[in-house]
Design a protein around this ligand. Sequence first.
Ligand code: KIV
Length: 258
Amino acid sequence: MNNMIQKILKKKNKSKIVCLTSYSKNIAKEADKYADIILVGDSLGSVLYNYNTTRKVTLSNMIEHSKSVRLGVKKSLMVVDMPYNTYGSKNLALKNAKKIIKETKCDAVKLEGGKNILEQVKFLIKNKIPVMGHLGLLPQTTKGKFKSKGKTIKEKKQLIKDSILLQDSGVFSIVLECVKASTAKEITEKLKIPTVGIGSSANCDGQVLVTDDLIGLNDTKIRFVKKFINIKKYLNVGLKKFATEVKTKRFPLKKHSY
Ligand code: KIV
């Protein structure tokens, strides 16, 4: 097993796992200093392309962004989301996962779903492709309004069942998205592999947020997002200064010219 994955597994019940998304080299390079896992999420569809659904994200979108991210990631485990419609059968999943790994040199792929994608997950793992699971709110297959999961007994039982099935299939970790705190706690306590939460409380073994959200570059009002810095403020200072100096002919100076 990949050394980095072993390190992630060993964090269970010891120290929290930090996971950050990245869609390009420069952010990846900075995020890599603090993260255990860098995820090239298909959230790039909404964050960068204004898509109203991640279903529109293509395999080539994911591959091109991931190639850029790879240039910035040196120490973290790099995971790439398999986009919608790219893992409908085990053979399709393997073909596309191999393409992602070959072209991007990432360490693992992430797939959304539980029982419905077990055959694909098992087949990838059998073929030595590390897989991260994703349960709870599943943006690729949710129609209509996004709602939190695991609130009813039925949903909770299903989530627990799916998480165990994924674990037994060999995934090294599971993202829990928008799962009720008590359900996330139960899942996390039942599993030997770590859970990484997003909107699923501090009960998970780690946390992930979309980097553009947490630095305030992407405007979002989702309850689980905390804006740790308003990077737009700093960006505007620099951009405004540039514009002013160009207009007032204070830039470029002789030293900036050939
Ligand atoms: O697409 C993504 O960025 C994700 C995270 C939000 C977990 O799947």
